[in-house]
Design a protein around this ligand. Structure first.
Ligand code: SAM
Length: 202
């Protein structure tokens, strides 16, 4: 059974570790269009996972192709990253706030990342990082504790998220361990070295 997933179409497969909210940093992906955004949202998820986020909520829609790809990566490369789909974004934001969490919305219109990060890091509360696809409703700008700009130029949400998480974790993602992995990539100056941990001696 894949770890930590909830599909609105398959509520029977809800599994995974119970998070204490205090340790969480979760990404909320808004405005995902099926099938148009599959590739970019996949990259948002992979970046969130690799850079240390606990999980991702895909707002309003269920995309089972996306879910399958991410769960497959999680299964092969390990870790406890989870993905949930189909929750209305207003509900996700409301729930997050009602549990004491804070919201950082990534937008070219916000305040510069280095400035915002000082305040974000000064607060120990769990963070929901909102990234858009199509136009983001004005209500999100209002709901956010911080509207954060990774430069005030339009850029890819994948690069915005990577920059945000890199500053948030201050590079700790480079030594992050992914438990229960089947495959581990061994850093190598040339070529590709991958160990299959499910094989004897792996
Ligand atoms: N066309 C959309 C609009 O008018 O709002 C935005 C598309 S943009 C590629 C998608 C997402 O990337 C945005 O919702 C935002 O989360 C993120 N993004 C784009 N530029 C950004 C920037 N400079 N800083 C932070 N986030 C940014």
């Amino acid at each position: 059974m894949p770890v930590g997933t909830f599909s609105a179409l398959r509520p029977d497969i809800t599994v995974g570790r119970q998070h204490t909210l205090a340790e969480q940093i979760v990404v909320l992906r808004l405005g995902h269009r099926i099938p148009r955004d599959l590739r970019v949202t996949t990259h948002v998820c992979l970046t969130a996972r690799a850079f240390g986020a606990d999980g991702l909520i895909l707002a309003d829609v269920v995309d089972t192709a996306l879910e399958k790809t991410i769960l497959d990566v999680c299964k092969r490369f390990g870790g406890s990253f989870w993905i949930r789909m189909g929750e209305p974004w207003r509900q996700a934001v409301k729930d997050w706030k009602s549990k004491g969490g804070e919201i950082a919305h990534l937008t070219a219109y916000g305040i510069p990342l280095p400035e915002a990060m000082e305040a974000i890091n000064a607060s120990p509360r769990p963070k929901l990082v909102v990234v858009g696809a199509e136009k983001v409703p004005g209500e999100v700008f209002e709901a956010a504790n911080w509207n954060v700009a990774v430069t005030n130029q339009p850029i890819s949400e994948v690069s915005a998220l990577a920059m945000f998480l890199d500053r948030y974790f201050e590079g700790r993602q480079f030594s992050k361990e992914f438990e229960n992995a089947q495959l581990r990539i061994i850093p190598s100056a040339h070529g590709k070295k991958v160990v299959n941990l499910t094989e004897p001696g792996g």
